[in-house]
Ligand binder design. Structure first.
Ligand code: ACM
Ligand code: ZN
Length: 668
C-alpha cells in the first residue's frame, strides 16, 4: 500500500467505528483506533515472543513492566507503514505489536503501556496480575519524522543518570531524537582524548577555574563532564528506546570554554579584559588559522565515532564577527577570497567543518544563522529557532531540510505563564501555544512543508543552577506532551480541547473495565515533577520605607538609582562592579522587618550582579558590622533590631556582564 491508500484505509477504519478514541486518554493521539468488544483479561504469566533477535531487548523491557500477558513483537505486518509506524492488537489471548522498524515496535509498546493503569510506570511489581485491557486494534504512524528534545548541559551540567531519565521520559512520548548540546561558552562536557584540557579546564567554572563563572556561585568551582564510556552508555540506553542521540559541538562561536582550554584557537589580537574582571571572554574560533581545522578534525572525529546518529550538529548560531574583523589573519583571508563582509567568514568556516563531518560519515545540522547566506550545502539540516512564520519557512522554501524549534513555540526555557520561572524573549510559551503549532497554520506551502523534517523542544539551561534538578522536568512537562502530539498526530486530527482533556481528566474505559488515568497521572507515575498549575501570586505585603541609595558605581541615565530608592524597578550601572565597590541603602527612619531580601543581577537570572561580597548592617547609621554574605548574587537579612542602613561591599568582579544590575530591596 502506498501512503495515500494507507491514509484512505485509516479513514475507512475511523468511519466504520466512531469509537471513543479519546476515552483511553492516549497521548499522542494515534492515527486510527478501533475498539473491539469487551476486555482482554491478562491471565498468562508475562511471556513474549519475538520474530527477530534485535527485538529481544524490547521484549525484556516490556516484560519488566507488565505483570502478565502474552505478547508477540515483530516486523511482520507493518511493512506498508511509514518509519516509526506500528500496528497494535489487543485480544484476549494475545497482544501483538508489528512495527515498521525497531522504533515502530518501541512506539507500539508505548501505546500498549498507556492501556494499562498508570502504575505500570512505577516499576516491576507495582501492578497486580489481575489486569484487563480494552480489546483494540490500533494502526499508527508519525506525521513528522523528527520529534526531538534538546538539552543544554553546558550552562548547567546534568549528570548521566538524569540524562538517561530524561531520555526515558521523552521516549515514553514517542520522541525519537535527543539533541545533546555538549559544548558552549559556559562549559565543554564531552571527553576528547586528543585534547584533554577541553574537559580538564573547560568543564569547570568558578573558584580557581580560568573559566568565567557566568551564573551564580563565584567561589565554588562547579561543573562536570561525560567520559566517552558514559556517552556510549547514554547512547545505548537511548537506542534501546528508539531514540537517536544527535551530538552538538557549537562552532565557531559559543566556544569560550574551548578557547580558555586552548587559547591558540582564537584570533591573535590583544584581549580587553577590563570589563570582565580579568577574564578573557573571547569565544570565536579563528577562521584563518589552519591548525584549527586539524584540531576540529580530531574533535569531530572522536565525537562522531561515539554517536551512531547520521547527523552531527555543528552549531553556527550567534556568531560575533568583532574578533575576526580585528584579526590580521582573518582580514588577509577576506582579502584573498575577495569578501568585504566579515560575516561571510562564517560560510568559509562552516564549509570546512561540514566537510570534516562528512569525512567522518556525518550529515551536518546547523542553527539557522549558518544558513542565512544560503552558502552551505542543501544537504545540511537547518534548526530554525527564530521567527517561525518568516524565517523557518524561508529555510524550507530555500530547500533546506528544516527542523522547527522556533522560540515562540518550542523554547521551553521560556515561561509557561507570566508568573512562572523562565525567560521571556520569545514570549510566554503556554501549553496551548505549543499545541497550536502547525506549518499549514503559519502559511507554509505544501512544498515548504515537505521540507519540514519535524519539530523540536529546546531547553537552554542557564536557569538550572538556581532552580535545581527539578527545573528540567518543570520546564519540559507537560509541554513535551503537546510537542509529541504536534509531531505525531496529523494536524487535521488534532484538537486542543480534546488533548487538554486527555491530559488532565480521567475517563471511563471502553468495555467497562476500570477507568483510564489522565496523562498527568502517567507523568506522576513516571516520577516526573511536571508543572501542575500556574504558581500562586506572591501576596506577602512588602514594606516600602523611605530609603536613599548610593554607590561607588554610577547609574545609567535611563535606569537611575532613584528607581531602587522608589522600589519601582532595577537600576543599571555604566560599568561592571570590581572588588571594593559598594552599594548603600540608608533608611530615613530605623526599619523593623522580619526579613529583607537583597538581590543583584537580572530578576530571573543569576547574572549581571555581585557574586561575592560582605553584607554589612548598621543599627546607628554610622558603624557597620558584617551580617551575612552574598551568595548566588543575593542575600537575606533577618534581624529583630531596627535597621538604619545596609551596605554590600563587593569582593569580586561582576559576573557575565559589563554592567551591574541592582534590584530594589524586598522588605517584609
Ligand atoms: C540559540 O538559541 N542560540 C540557538
Ligand atoms: Zn582570525
Amino acid at each position: 500500500m502506498n501512503r495515500a491508500s494507507l491514509v484512505l484505509g485509516a479513514l475507512a477504519l475511523l468511519c466504520a467505528a466512531p469509537a471513543p478514541v479519546a476515552a483511553q486518554n492516549l497521548i499522542p493521539q494515534p492515527v486510527s483506533v478501533k475498539w473491539g468488544e469487551g476486555v482482554a483479561a491478562l491471565t498468562t504469566v508475562g511471556a513474549a515472543e519475538v520474530t527477530h533477535l534485535e527485538l529481544a531487548p524490547l521484549a525484556d523491557h516490556l516484560l519488566g513492566m507488565i505483570p502478565a500477558g502474552r505478547v508477540r513483537l515483530s516486523f511482520e505486518g507493518a511493512e506498508d507503514l511509514p518509519a516509526g509506524g506500528y500496528r497494535l492488537s489487543v485480544a484476549p489471548e494475545l497482544i501483538t505489536i508489528a512495527g515498521r522498524d525497531y522504533g515502530g515496535v518501541w512506539n507500539g509498546i508505548q501505546t500498549l503501556l498507556q492501556l494499562f493503569p498508570a502504575d505500570v510506570y512505577r516499576g516491576a511489581n507495582a501492578l497486580s496480575a489481575n489486569i484487563t485491557l480494552p480489546v483494540v486494534t490500533i494502526e499508527d504512524w508519525p506525521a513528522m519524522e523528527h520529534r526531538g528534545v534538546m538539552l543544554d548541559v553546558a550552562r548547567t551540567f546534568v549528570p548521566k543518570e538524569q540524562v538517561m531519565r530524561l531520555v526515558d521520559n521523552i521516549a515514553r512520548h514517542k520522541i525519537n531524537k535527543f539533541h545533546w548540546h555538549l559544548a558552549d561558552d559556559e562549559g565543554w562536557r564531552i571527553e576528547i582524548k586528543s585534547y584533554p584540557r577541553l574537559t580538564e579546564i573547560g568543564a569547570w567554572r568558578g573558584g580557581d577555574s580560568p573559566l568565567f563563572p557566568v551564573y551564580g556561585a563565584w567561589e565554588e568551582k562547579y561543573g562536570g563532564f561525560y567520559t566517552q564510556d558514559e556517552i556510549s552508555e547514554v547512547v545505548a540506553y537511548a537506542a534501546l528506546r528508539g531514540v537517536e542521540v544527535i551530538p552538538e559541538i557549537d562552532l565557531p562561536g559559543h566556544s569560550r570554554a574551548a578557547a580558555i582550554a586552548y587559547p591558540e584557537i582564537l584570533c591573535g589580537y590583544t584581549p580587553n579584559l577590563t570589563a570582565s574582571g580579568g577574564y578573557d571572554t573571547r569565544n570565536m574560533w579563528c577562521v584563518a588559522r589552519e591548525e584549527n581545522y586539524a584540531m576540529l578534525d580530531a574533535i569531530i572525529g572522536e565525537v562522531a565515532a561515539l554517536f551512531p546518529s547520521p547527523t552531527f550538529h555543528l552549531g553556527g548560531d550567534e556568531v560575533e564577527t568583532g574578533a575576526w574583523r580585528a584579526c590580521p589573519h582573518c582580514k588577509a583571508l577576506m582579502a584573498e577570497r575577495d569578501i568585504t563582509d566579515a560575516a561571510r567568514l562564517q560560510d568559509i568556516f562552516m564549509e570546512r567543518v561540514i566537510d570534516i563531518a562528512a569525512r567522518h560519515g556525518k550529515d551536518a545540522a546547523v542553527w539557522s544563522e549558518a544558513a542565512d547566506s544560503r552558502a552551505i550545502p542543501k544537504s545540511t539540516t537547518v534548526w530554525a529557532w527564530k521567527n517561525p512564520a518568516r524565517a523557518a519557512r524561508a529555510y524550507a522554501a530555500a530547500g533546506y531540510p528544516t527542523v522547527v524549534c522556533a522560540g515562540e513555540y518550542f523554547y521551553f526555557d521560556m515561561r509557561q505563564s507570566a508568573r512562572d520561572i523562565g525567560h521571556t524573549w520569545a514570549g510566554v510559551v503556554t501549553l496551548e501555544k505549543v499545541y497550536s503549532f502547525s506549518p499549514a497554520a503559519l502559511g507554509f506551502t505544501a512544498a515548504e512543508t515537505a521540507n519540514v523534517r519535524g519539530v523540536q523542544a529546546t531547553l537552554f539551561h542557564e536557569l538550572g543552577l538556581e532552580n535545581g534538578p527539578g527545573y528540567v522536568d518543570y520546564q519540559l512537562f507537560p509541554r513535551v506532551c503537546a510537542l509529541a502530539e504536534v509531531g505525531w498526530t496529523p494536524a487535521e486530527q488534532r484538537s486542543w480541547e480534546d488533548f487538554n482533556r486527555r491530559l488532565t481528566e480521567r475517563s471511563a474505559r471502553p468495555g467497562g473495565s476500570a477507568g483510564s488515568p489522565s496523562h498527568l497521572d502517567r507523568l506522576a507515575a513516571m516520577g516526573i515533577a511536571y508543572r501542575a498549575a500556574e504558581p500562586a501570586p506572591d501576596t506577602a505585603p512588602l514594606k516600602t520605607p523611605a530609603v536613599t541609595f548610593t554607590s561607588s558605581l554610577t547609574a545609567r541615565e535611563r535606569e537611575p538609582f532613584s528607581r531602587v530608592s522608589a522600589y519601582s524597578g532595577a537600576a543599571r550601572t555604566i560599568r561592571s562592579v570590581v572588588e571594593g565597590d559598594w552599594l548603600l541603602w540608608t533608611f530615613a527612619q530605623p526599619v523593623t522587618a522580619s526579613r529583607i531580601d537583597i538581590k543583584t543581577g537580572y530578576d530571573h537570572l543569576q547574572r549581571g550582579g555581585i557574586p561575592s561580597g560582605r553584607v554589612e548592617v548598621s543599627y546607628d547609621g554610622t558603624t557597620f558590622e558584617t551580617a551575612t554574605r552574598m551568595h548566588d548574587l543575593k542575600a537575606t537579612l533577618a534581624t529583630d533590631r531596627p535597621v538604619r542602613a545596609i551596605k554590600i561591599v563587593s569582593e569580586s568582579p561582576c559576573n557575565g556582564e559589563t554592567f551591574t544590575i541592582i534590584q530594589p530591596l524586598k522588605i517584609r
